[in-house]
Design a protein around this ligand. Structure first.
Ligand code: NAP
Ligand code: ZN
Length: 353
């Protein structure tokens, strides 16, 4: 075992603060990574503040972070896919059972025995639970380590590991291509990646935002249209015109107002995970034979496909790079939807604790 600097929260009301955490020595199959940047996902914040306590109560201390890019520092003797010095990424998953039908289908994201990058019981017993990317170093089974294209801006790559794959996967699965009318609900970390991908896939893309001030950015990111969702008249005018809607909203909202925007047989896919259950009016669904579904990150092979697509098309997240010491202020700004459009923590700042 060795120690690395990290930031952890000790309870749902305490801020993140400097600490040191143990990491295992790499086993034969492991890759040890020096972390360069880690994105801040709203899921980190939901977990730190125990907002999902009714479904997945947080175990403290928590070290969040699942948008990791770094450089390989060491590899185990059986590792074949990565070598020392390579640029790599780690997303929300660090292990699964490798044997269930979903894993066999390359859907580790749906494995019932998946191990999350932070907050899952640690199979290696290095600590009670896994510790995430707000840290200097991490050790991960090579299957869950992704190759990062070398032509991209590194801080902007980190958010691809969660916000990127979480939006890429459903847009691909539900056939978002040229000729489709697609709406992205919420222009935050996930939403702005959804806009970039929907645009890159050739779809006519509309952003639904509560922040009128983001309209210009939305167009720059690739939106053809912007609708302020608080404008009931504009929402009514758009009724029945969308093939697919991607809901990235992190807080309570009236989903019926959005379901009403779908054409018949259209689909609204939830990726946002608000604290409280969503209330759906049956008639909104059945009168249009509409579909409501959800999607959870993506499998490892598809995450690699997404990273390669980003490399080929020069796509990264728009990031505000911050030192680790500003993480608590960053959380408060995320709650106010005041981030353009993802924070990325520069891990060089962790060396001075
Ligand atoms: P984020 O950066 O905070 O973006 C969320 C956006 O939602 C905000 O920028 C805002 O956009 C909109 N919003 C916030 N409060 C709202 C309200 N009261 N009513 C309507 N819109 C509101 O968060 P994120 O990191 O993109 O994550 C979004 C959600 O996805 C979180 O719940 C997160 O836990 C979840 N998530 C799910 C997965 C998955 O696998 N399914 C993966 C990662 C994250 P506007 O300012 O444009 O209105
Ligand atoms: Zn995330």
């Amino acid at each position: 075992m060795y120690k690395t600097n990290a930031y952890a929260a000790q309870s749902e009301t305490s801020p993140l603060a400097a600490t040191t955490i143990p990491r295992r020595e790499p086993t034969d199959r492991d890759v040890q990574i020096d972390i360069l940047f880690c994105g801040i996902c709203h899921s980190d914040l939901h977990s730190v503040r125990n907002e999902w306590k009714s479904i997945v109560p947080t175990v403290y201390p928590i070290v969040p972070g699942h948008e990791i890019v770094g450089r390989v520092a060491k590899v185990g003797s059986a590792v074949t896919r990565h070598k020392v010095g390579d640029l790599v990424g780690v997303g929300c998953l660090v292990d699964s059972d490798h044997t269930c039908p979903n894993c066999k289908d390359h859907l580790e994201n749906l494995c019932p025995n998946q191990v999350l990058t932070f907050g899952s019981p640690d199979r290696h017993k290095t600590a009670p639970v896994t510790y995430g990317g707000y840290s200097g170093s991490v050790v991960v089974d090579e299957h869950f380590v992704l190759r990062v294209p070398t032509n991209l801006d590194l801080p902007g790559v980190a958010p691809l590991l969660c916000a990127g794959i979480t939006t890429y996967s459903p847009l691909r699965r539900w056939g978002v291509t040229k000729g489709k009318r697609v709406g992205v609900m919420g222009l935050g970390g996930l939403g702005h990646m959804g806009v970039k991908f929907a645009h890159a896939f050739g779809a006519h893309t509309t952003v639904f935002t509560t922040s009128a001030g983001k309209a210009e950015d939305a167009r720059r990111l690739g939106a053809d249209e912007v609708i302020v969702s608080k404008d009931a008249g504009a929402m009514q005018q758009a009724a029945g015109t969308f093939d697919f809607l991607l809901d990235t909203i992190a807080a309570d909202h009236d989903i019926n107002a959005f379901l009403n925007l779908l054409k018949h047989d259209g689909t609204l896919c939830l990726v946002g995970a608000p604290q409280k259950p969503i209330s759906v009016a049956a008639f909104t669904l059945l009168m249009g034979r509409r579909n409501l579904c959800g999607s959870n990150i993506g499998g490892i092979a598809e995450t690699q496909e997404m990273l390669d697509f980003c490399g080929a098309n020069n796509i990264t997240a728009d990031v505000e790079v911050i030192p680790m010491q500003q993480v608590n202020e960053a959380y408060d700004r995320i709650v106010k939807s005041d981030v353009k459009y993802r924070f990325a923590i520069d891990m060089a700042s962790l060396k001075v604790q």
